[in-house]
Write a protein that binds this ligand. Structure first.
Ligand code: ARG
Length: 590
């Protein structure tokens, strides 16, 4: 199905052409004066310069052609040369009926599906998930769903951080605490136990402790570096420990992501890319892409057009150790080999922007990644507390994601119990859905690159631009439809259930619904879930105004009533689809 704005544009373009003007002048935009009209075309103003005519004359000519068109209720030329457009209600109703019948409300899946790898989540084993990881998971999950809805082949990869010094630190600390573990016995040749010698809570306490300690104890840090080296070179006991660390961590991570309604197609790890490194380095050297700088192996990536300094991309440190860069490049090599993607999109903290610029340039320049593969860095801003500083616990520590989720769910639960009577069990389960909506909408409604303030009271409010407000609107529609069903015994949606109308609030609602297609494509093209939030907030507002002005259940004109029911079911389905694309869902009541 064509986007509604495209249908309107086409008519205008034809009219411009019919009058001897370049059809490009007929492009239509949403009205910026919704009180006057619904859409507008400013093409006559630009055409005036090219054709040396007064804009209003051109506008008048075009409007004359379209006077009889069944698409428009009103189309008029306004000084100095705007064309103001309002749609014919019959046309609008037809469009919505077609949306109702079509799959995905008429949004056709692309005929040219691309393979897109989305790198998001990015947790590190043995480090607790904290709120910094929240944004990557929440935004990435939504973008994955949007790309899929548009018809692309999407592979979501968690890209687990499981390599490097952090592993050596954990092993060193374990050795200090439990020196008798069989993993540290060099002469041991038997099997290692299946059971891990630590729990996730221990593990999460071990890493920060080791990290802190290493900062003030150089000999300890040396030992950790050495342990890392031994692990990377296949020390049996360390490998076995690493495996335990990985398993315990991944089990815990999966549990956490499940709570967030986030799931990955791939649980690839930084370590999976390591086997690609030796060949990659050889290739880079052989093709003269590298040079030695102060002992390190680097690739120059600066370009003449740069206005800021872009340092070289370091591949090997002077002591021969690999870096974050090296792993990311090797991961690209692996992805190219395994999936031949058309695009790779990284959803990472925007503070890593320069780093990714270097890595991307290096990958393209050295042809590790084909020229036509689109590499995108989607950097997100920080979630701040009300003090404008990165969000912390009350005592100033790093907030664990798990605790944040519990905090928001509890707040919703308390609020629900205050407001209405509901069995506690039910309220508990509903508050989880509402809490998740509050958290995710609170995040996604901001443009990803911007910082935002985590404001729990605002996020859980049932009014305003919030997740719970959207859910509340869906629940409200569900209950109206249920009541209607109770009184009539059935719901009949026919080919043309939705009828033309002259009720203003209904037209506004219909107009908003008709934009679905446009909004989703836009959100896909710009990797911008916040557009969907904006859209459903306005859609929910339009519904609620309509609902307050019209008594749906009491309506006596049965045809009209049925049309309304058809319309609000469509609204419900659109809202439900949109929140699914954002990554949360609505309860049946709240
Ligand atoms: N683990 C990293 C971190 O916590 C994020 C990984 C992002 N993805 C990537 N391909 N580098 O900072």
């Amino acid at each position: 199905m064509k986007k509604i704005i495209a249908i309107i544009s086409e008519e205008l373009m034809q009219a411009f052409e019919a009058k001897g003007y370049d059809p490009q002048y007929g492009i239509v935009t949403l009205s910026n004066r919704p009180d006057l009209c619904q859409y507008q075309c400013n093409g006559a103003l630009s055409a005036a310069k090219a054709y040396k005519k007064a804009p209003i004359m051109i506008a008048n000519e075009v409007v004359e052609v379209l006077k009889e068109s069944k698409t428009f209720e009103k189309i008029e030329a306004i000084m100095p040369g705007f064309i103001n457009i309002s749609l014919n209600s019959e046309f609008l109703a037809d469009y919505l009926n077609e949306m109702t019948r079509a799959e995905q409300f008429g949004l056709e899946k692309t005929g040219n599906p691309k393979t897109i790898v989305i790198d998001y989540g990015g947790p590190n084993v043995a480090k607790p998930l904290h709120v910094g990881h929240l944004r990557s998971a929440v935004i990435g999950e939504s973008i994955k769903r949007i790309c899929r809805y548009a018809g692309h082949n999407v592979i979501g990869d968690v890209h687990l951080g499981d390599w490097g010094l952090q592993m050596g630190l954990i092993i060193t600390e374990l050795k200090k605490r439990k020196p008798d573990l069989v993993y540290f016995d060099e002469s041991y040749t038997g099997e290692y136990p299946e059971e891990a010698p630590f729990t996730i809570s221990e593990l999460e306490e071990i890493y920060p402790a080791a990290n802190e300690y290493s900062k003030t104890h150089p000999e300890y840090k040396e030992e950790a570096k050495n342990a890392t080296f031994l692990l990377q070179n296949g020390n049996r006991g360390y490998m076995a420990l690493w495996n335990h660390i990985l398993n315990v961590s991944v089990t815990d991570l999966k549990k956490n992501y499940e709570k967030l309604n986030v799931s990955f197609d791939l649980w690839k790890k930084e370590s999976d890319a390591q086997p690609y490194i030796p060949d990659m380095i050889q290739y880079l050297k052989e093709n003269n892409y590298t040079r030695i700088s102060e002992g390190a192996l680097v690739v120059d990536v600066k370009e003449e057009t740069d206005t800021k300094e872009i340092p070289p991309c370091m591949i090997l440190k002077s002591d021969g150790a690999t870096l974050y860069n090296t792993t990311d490049l090797a991961t690209m090599v692996e992805r190219m080999k395994l999936f031949q993607p058309d695009a790779i999109t990284y959803i990472v903290d925007k503070r890593q922007e320069l780093y990714f610029e270097q890595v991307f340039r290096c990958a393209k320049k050295t042809k590790l990644v084909d020229e036509n593969v689109k590499l995108t860095f989607l950097g997100f801003g920080t979630m701040n507390g009300k003090d404008g500083k990165p969000f912390k616990t009350r005592d100033g520590g790093v907030m664990r994601l798990e605790n944040l989720i519990n905090e928001i769910n509890d707040a919703v639960f308390k609020k629900m119990m205050e407001n209405r009577e509901m069995p506690e069990e039910e309220a508990k389960s509903i508050s989880k859905k509402v809490g998740l909506a509050a958290l995710k909408y609170g995040d996604l409604s901001n443009q990803a690159s911007k910082d935002y303030v985590f404001d729990i009271d605002r996020f859980i409010s049932f009014e305003g631009d919030t997740g719970p407000y959207i859910l509340y609107t869906i629940v409200r529609i569900k209950s109206i439809v249920a009541k209607y069903k109770e009184s009539t015994g059935k719901i009949e949606i026919t080919e043309n259930t939705i009828l033309p109308t002259n009720i203003k609030s209904e037209i506004t609602l219909m107009l908003q619904a008709s934009k679905f297609n446009d909004v989703i494509i836009n959100a896909y093209e710009d990797n911008a879930p916040h557009r969907i939030c904006q859209y459903i907030y306005e859609l929910a507002n339009a519904f609620n105004s309509f609902y307050h002005e019209n008594k749906i259940i009491a309506e006596e004109n049965k045809e009209k009533q049925q049309s309304w029911i058809g319309l609000i079911i469509l609204i419900q389905e659109i809202l439900e689809t949109c929140i699914e694309l954002l990554g949360f869902e609505a309860p049946d009541r709240m």
